[in-house]
Write a protein of this length. Structure first.
Length: 294
């Protein structure tokens, strides 16, 4: 028993170290991206980063007031931080605050780094880089702050797809940016945001679902493994194979997309002859277990 506890503690410490490393790299990439791509192209990347840059540039251009990035970015994140602490989990919020603080201070500290002046290249590679940074944070149970808190809260706690609301807010922000600084910059910012969103959707699978149809001679053992890995239930159907007329057992279960490979590998260990059909689930209603943020 003691060895099992020590093993769990060791695993927890390894994950904690991994979390810190990934969040640090993610924050550094966000800051580097702002100082190299975003500011060079004069972009407004959406979310609270874009809002902060819009406020910062408006104060500088129209009121001759120069304020550091962190002095704006941290205060505008206060309400999302509160939402995170109250509803999304203490550790999740603490690591997210770490990303917010580190990235904002790095933006103020590191010098401007000009890689290219080509705006299209800036939009594409800046968007991809920003998406990678956000993914690194999400994959270890943290966020890059701002709208990430809001979207996770709305989807998990209220059952509402927050994307349309965030999109509307970004449209308003880009409209204001277009009026103040030119619509060419606003339109280039849309390309940046699109690339950012695509890389996150391609890499981060927590909120996507897949349906498994499993024909197996060991249904209860397979179900036990699905339950152990995902905490999801399954439904057992009994029937006959049309070719041989033999009795067949088919399990039906829906799991998160990031769990599919692990589940399939575990099923193969139990029943190497199992027939598994995996289908992308477009829409799901009813009760579905979601791993809580710690």
């Amino acid at each position: 028993m003691e060895g099992k506890v020590l093993g769990m503690d060791k695993k927890r410490w390894k994950f904690t170290i991994k979390r810190i490393i990934f969040c640090t790299i993610g924050a550094a990439i966000i800051a580097f991206n702002i100082k190299s791509f975003v500011r060079t192209g004069g972009l407004f990347p959406g979310g609270f980063n874009g809002l902060t840059l819009l406020i910062q540039q408006s104060l500088s251009n129209y009121f001759n007031i120069n304020i550091g990035f962190s002095l704006i970015y941290i205060p505008v994140n206060m309400i999302p931080m509160y939402i995170g602490i109250k509803y999304l989990g203490r550790r999740f919020t603490i690591y997210s605050i770490y990303v917010i603080l580190l990235s904002s201070f790095l933006v103020d500290i590191i010098p401007d780094i000009i890689i290219t002046y080509d705006k299209l290249l800036i939009c594409i590679f800046g968007g991809l880089l920003n998406g990678l940074a956000v993914f690194l944070c999400l994959v270890v149970g943290a966020s890059a702050g701002g709208t990430d808190f809001v979207s996770i809260f709305m989807s998990e706690r209220r059952g509402v797809d927050a994307w349309n609301y965030i999109l509307l807010a970004n449209v308003v922000m880009l409209t204001v940016a277009g009026v103040l600084f030119g619509f060419d910059r606003a339109m280039y910012s849309v390309i940046f945001q699109y690339c950012n969103t695509q890389i996150i959707q391609a890499l981060f699978k927590r909120y996507r679902k897949h349906t498994l149809f499993i024909i197996t001679d060991k249904p209860m053992s397979v179900y036990g493994k699905i339950k152990e890995i995902t905490n999801h239930d399954a439904t057992l159907f009994r029937g006959k194979g049309c070719y041989q007329g033999a009795d067949r057992n088919m399990l039906f279960s829906v799991v998160s997309s990031d769990e599919v490979d692990h589940v399939i590998a575990s099923i193969r260990e139990i029943d190497p002859k199992a027939f598994i059909n995996v289908i992308k689930t477009e829409q799901l209603t009813g009760k579905f277990y979601k791993r809580p943020h710690d």
